[in-house]
Design a protein around this ligand. Structure first.
Ligand code: PLP
Length: 386
């Protein structure tokens, strides 16, 4: 298995800060906002009411029902709460679902660059992770044509992630529809990681495989509370799975974690049933930051960025800088951290196809992001002069 290198960069940045260096953090992918108060209050009330015990492995029935209702409403479908499994973060939903459906030597197609857990979970389960390389030529989208070329009789699943980490790309209606049809035609699972589905800009629209099927037989939807509600540390997510996948996946979750924390699940119920006002404010702030970071990126020599349509990442090409300084993207990240005090993530942290790219997370204030982008501009000019 690999692991999420962003945590490694963060701890290296913290070490430098301990030594007195100022660092602008643009490496870690978590909203910097506090969790909305009504969610925190619900968890505190639960704790004070003694809600401190195990819950059923797939989650509190009230939370599973709230998720089923909300997903059904969003996609105009009818999800039964038995198909909802509540997990310890979206990551456990990713890991748990992939490990459950992967058999020895079966293949899962995953976006590369993409969230590292897809590849890790597939390999861990004895399967083979098949990379679908995303390129800037296609706005870092995973297209049905690309996927079709990778299908064979060992394929068991296709992972899609829209809006995507790290590229900030979103799949079009035709992309999601086409990939879902491929999954149905070949009787595969389309595993749709929708952690960023609420963070979309410029009136773009989010599509899920659930928009294009009338049953769950071939669809696994993964979502969670971390990004939408600024609840990364609560560790709460969920999977909506086919009826055949629910019992074996539940067994796996039982062995891993027994259940997510009881009072955290109460917070989750408040999040789903509560007002969206604060969420909309956060999305608006992300949009403003996206605009600033993208505008600044266009002024920097030696880098090329595509405007992110969703999530909170700018993924940009630094090949010209790498050629000049004779480094790979990971070495460049360390160089920029140590010499310019900017913490970012190398593209290869998100898969082999990320070489030549860096990722900036906008989980920082506009003021800090401007400082960070200015430092990046200085670094790029210095490197180009070498
Ligand atoms: N999926 C994607 C695409 C992510 O970027 C992340 C977190 O960064 C996750 C899943 C996991 O989220 P969580 O923090 O809820 O485990």
């Amino acid at each position: 298995m690999g692991q999420e290198a962003a945590f490694g960069i963060l701890s290296k940045a913290k070490e430098l800060e301990k030594k007195g260096k100022t660092i602008i953090h643009m490496e870690i992918g978590e909203p910097d906002f506090p969790t909305p108060k009504h969610i925190v209050d619900a968890a505190i009330t639960a704790l004070n009411n003694g809600d401190t015990h195990y819950t059923p492995t797939p989650g509190l029935p009230e939370l599973r029902s709230a998720i089923a209702t909300s997903v059904s409403k969003t996609y105009d479908t009818n999800i039964d709460f038995n198909n909802v499994l509540v997990t310890v973060g979206g990551k456990e939903a990713v890991f748990g679902s992939i490990v459950t459906v992967t058999e020895n030597n079966t293949e899962i197609i995953f976006p590369n660059p993409g969230y590292p857990a897809y590849e890790s979970a597939t390999n861990f389960a004895g399967g083979k992770a098949i990379s679908c390389n995303l390129t800037d030529e296609f706005d870092f989208r995973m297209t049905p044509e690309n996927v079709n070329e990778l299908i064979n009789d060992k394929t068991i699943g296709i992972v899609i992630n829209s809006p995507g980490n790290p590229c900030g790309s979103i799949l079009t209606k035709d992309d999601v529809k086409g990939i879902t049809e491929i999954a149905v035609d070949h009787n595969l699972y389309v595993i749709s990681d929708e952690l960023y589905s609420s963070i979309i800009f410029d009136n773009e629209k989010h599509f899920s495989p659930l928009n294009f099927v009338d049953n769950l037989d071939n669809v696994i939807l993964i979502d969670g509370f971390s990004k939408k509600y600024a609840m990364t540390g609560w560790r709460l997510g969920y999977a909506v799975v086919p009826t055949a996948v629910s019992p074996p996946m539940s067994k796996l979750l039982n062995n891993l974690t027994s259940c997510p924390a009881s009072f955290v699940q109460r917070g989750g119920i408040a999040a789903i049933n509560g007002s969206e006002t604060e969420i909309n404010k956060m999305i608006e702030i992300f949009r403003e930051r996206r605009d600033v970071v993208y505008a600044e990126s266009q002024k920097i020599n030696g880098i090329k960025a595509i405007k992110p349509k969703g999530a909170f990442y700018l993924f940009f090409d630094v090949k010209q800088l790498l050629d000049k300084i004779n480094m790979n993207s990971e070495q460049l990240v360390i160089y920029l951290l140590e010499n310019y005090g900017i913490a970012m993530l190398h593209g290869t942290a998100m898969g082999s196809a990320g070489e030549g790219y860096l990722r900036i997370s906008f989980a920082n204030s506009v003021e800090n992001l401007k400082i960070g982008m200015n430092l990046l501009a200085t670094a790029a000019n210095d490197i180009l002069k070498l």
